[in-house]
Design a binder for this molecule. Structure first.
Ligand code: TMP
Length: 264
């Protein structure tokens, strides 16, 4: 009766590779693959603020799938293979480069604070910043000097990462502009994908309203995680609005929060 056996590994028997604040990585079905599971947890200020927001993981899984599939289609390499279900996607295993790469088009958040700029000021050009991914240190901002001196990435890799970041910014800016949303800034993570002896840098992690600042062009309403950071409420409504405008969800669809749940 072998044909009756499921071809997938039940959730509770899967090997957990890594658990972060908003996602869990499980061993994938084939070598070199992983399953990325989106939780409903929202954290801010290095997890000092934490809430579980029912349905956030489902929305981020769908929005990130949409963005990564389009990036793959236009030749921007990513770790994404395909979505598996409501909360999970199949990805390629990469060696994560310990940098948060932030691209800014408009002054907001920590840049506005650091340089005393008024939120909403258009920047003279897009600015790329690097932060060292280290919770214990609160993800400090670093320069290319630190990155190369400490061996987090080589000068050639930094060039590749910046080229990827610019291509993602060009794509995302146009995508969101087309649906009446201003892409203020966003964060990506990158990783080394090994194919035999060849290595290339690809976009990894997620791209969702958790990792972008998205403002409605007309009203300047915030459609991103700042709703949680600043206690504005309406996070699910905002993420649903983004999904609807992108054509991921139909006008009267409501997010199904069921689907596979995280096995603790
Ligand atoms: P910041 O203005 O707080 O430095 O954030 C810049 C962008 O990076 C913004 O779109 C939110 C995103 N971001 C993350 O994705 N994770 C983080 O931990 C932080 C601090 C920001």
């Amino acid at each position: 009766m072998d044909f009756l056996k499921p071809r997938y590994t039940p959730m509770n028997r899967r090997r957990r590779i890594y658990e972060g604040k908003a996602k869990v990585l499980y061993e994938g079905p084939e070598p070199g693959t992983l399953i990325q599971h989106f939780k409903d947890d929202a954290t801010a200020f290095n997890a000092q603020k934490h809430e579980v927001i029912d349905g956030k993981g489902v929305l981020n899984n769908r929005i990130s799938e949409f963005v990564f599939s389009h990036l793959n289609d236009i030749g921007v390499p990513t770790h994404f293979i395909r979505r598996l279900n409501m909360r999970e996607q199949l990805i390629r295993e990469v060696e994560i480069i310990p940098l948060e790469v932030v691209v800014r088009n408009v002054a907001a958040g920590s840049l506005a604070t650091r340089l005393g700029l008024e939120e909403g000021t258009q920047l003279p050009r897009s600015i790329i910043e690097f932060y060292y991914k280290n919770d214990a240190l609160n993800d400090p901002m670093v320069s290319e000097e630190h990155i190369t001196a400490f061996g987090w990435a080589t000068p050639q890799e930094i060039d590749d990462i910046m080229a990827l970041a610019i291509r993602v910014n060009d794509f995302l800016s146009g995508l969101f502009l087309g649906v009446g949303i201003r892409l203020v800034d966003f964060k990506i993570e990158t990783g080394r994908l090994w194919e035999g002896d060849m290595m290339r840098i690809v976009v990894a992690d997620e791209i969702s309203p958790d990792s972008c600042r998205l403002w409605d062009i007309k009203s300047s309403d915030k459609l991103d995680k700042d709703r949680f950071r600043k206690d504005l409420g309406g996070l699910i409504e905002a993420y649903t609005e983004v999904a609807k405008r992108l054509g991921i969800m139909s006008e009267n669809e409501k997010v199904q929060t069921g689907g596979p749940r995280l096995v603790q």
